[in-house]
Design a protein around this ligand. Structure first.
Ligand code: CU
Length: 278
């Protein structure tokens, strides 16, 4: 079993577990599990697996009903995790690639090298679903406290001003403080939380990405359901430019928690806020 396979980025070089063109030795008939984690600070990885018997079994650490990713593609925004199981079905001696798709091209970032001998004639037929955990038992209610979350800023974003450290500033002044992103008009950590609720309150973050960049929004302390992927509990979701959507969860974990863009430069540049559960 190989695990904790993660993609990083040094400039324009994409590495897997710290290596370029990493090769994993496998055998025909073997079942392997990969834990994919995108640790690049800004690049969304569009991975392409050239193995037909691949199933996603967990997303952001939460079990999902196993499914075959469309066309072998797995999209990972910074900070996102996906666990897959692959039954290796190519012939002994074969090599199959793990690629990153960028525009019309696919680039090899790692690969599987098959041994000359088979591990077994037929792949395992044992089920691959992970046992559920308590989150899978939670049913979201129909009523939510609705919290707007508007992301602004960036190049060509149209943001004119925002509040930083309690002071309203124009974009030129914000840039002097290296703040070019804002949530609900506030750049950087606000003094007051975005919301403060009693434990057990159902929250709907009503997100609008009102700028020209994708953002991987991440919540601490909780997993949520994104309206475009019902049934999947995740802690990070990518909003493309101009996209709107909801992130719904029950605030059941007492404490003070961050909400931020998982693209680290965006977070440092102001795209961060927090909430409180008492
Ligand atoms: Cu961002």
């Amino acid at each position: 079993m190989h695990d904790w396979s993660h993609g990083g980025r040094l400039g324009n070089v994409i590495t897997v577990n710290g290596e370029t063109a990493k090769t994993y030795q496998v055998a025909a008939g073997e079942r392997i599990r990969l834990r994919l984690l995108n640790i690049a600070n800004a690049r969304t990885m569009d991975l392409l697996f050239n193995e037909p018997e691949i199933s996603v079994i967990a997303i952001d650490g939460q079990p999902v009903k196993p499914f075959v990713p469309e066309s072998g593609r797995i999209l990972l925004a910074p900070g996102q995790r996906t666990d897959v199981i692959i039954d290796m079905t190519a012939d002994p001696g074969a090599r199959s690639l793990i690629e990153v798709v960028i525009g019309e091209y696919a680039y090899e970032v790692a690969g599987f090298q098959y041994d000359q001998t088979r591990k077994r004639e037929q792949t395992l037929d044992a089920p691959i679903a992970l046992p559920g955990n308590p989150l899978q038992q939670i049913r979201l209610p129909n009523e939510f406290m609705q919290v707007p979350l508007v992301m602004e800023g960036g190049a060509m974003g149209g943001m004119r001003s925002a509040t930083f450290e309690g002071k309203e500033m124009g974009i030129r002044e914000l840039i002097q403080y290296r703040k070019i992103w804002a949530i609900n008009g506030i750049a950087g950590m606000p003094e007051k939380p975005l919301f403060s609720v009693r434990r057990g309150t159902a929250i709907s973050l009503d997100v609008k990405n009102e700028n020209s960049w994708p953002h991987a929004m991440h919540i601490h302390g909780h997993h949520f359901i994104h309206d475009k992927a019902p049934g999947i509990w995740r802690d990070t979701v990518l909003f493309s430019r101009g996209e709107q959507g909801t992130m719904k969860f029950v605030a059941d974990n007492p404490g003070k928690w961050l909400i931020h863009c998982h693209m680290v430069e965006h977070m440092a540049g102001g795209m961060v806020t927090w909430f409180e559960v008492t």
